[in-house]
Structure formats: structure tokens, C-alpha cells
Design a binder for this molecule. Structure first.
Ligand SMILES: [Zn+2]
Length: 63
């Protein structure tokens, strides 16, 4: 392995780690209301729809 191969290898490892960190981790209790707009939602649901979830994830830096 020469120096160019080594640099390539390290860059790939860095990319993999960045990808892993970008994966959203949602560990929230369902509280009966939307975390984004506070609308009432069915039991076990945390957001009223995909847009609200996306909004919330954006504001919480999990995009
Ligand atoms: Zn909502």
C-alpha cells in the first residue's frame, strides 16, 4: 500500500463515519400529542404526519 492508497482508505473511513452519524436517532416517548405542532395524535404516535416529523427533525438538528 503506497501513500495514495492510504489516503484513499482514510477518506473512505471518514465518509463511513459521517454517514453513520447522520442517521437520525429518535428516542422519544409517545405523549399523545405531536412533538412539532402539539396536535392530539393516536396513542403510540409522536407526530401527526411526515411533514411534522421532518420539521421537528430539522429544528432539532437531526436532518
Ligand atoms: Zn403535527
Amino acid at each position: 500500500m503506497d501513500e495514495a492508497d492510504l489516503a484513499e482508505h482514510q477518506e473512505q473511513m471518514h465518509r463511513d463515519r459521517a454517514l453513520a452519524m447522520r442517521k437520525p436517532v429518535l428516542i422519544l416517548p409517545a405523549v399523545g400529542e405531536c412533538y412539532n405542532c402539539r396536535d392530539i395524535v393516536p396513542p403510540g404516535v409522536r407526530f401527526c404526519d411526515r411533514d411534522c416529523r421532518a420539521d421537528w427533525e430539522l429544528r432539532n438538528g437531526r436532518s
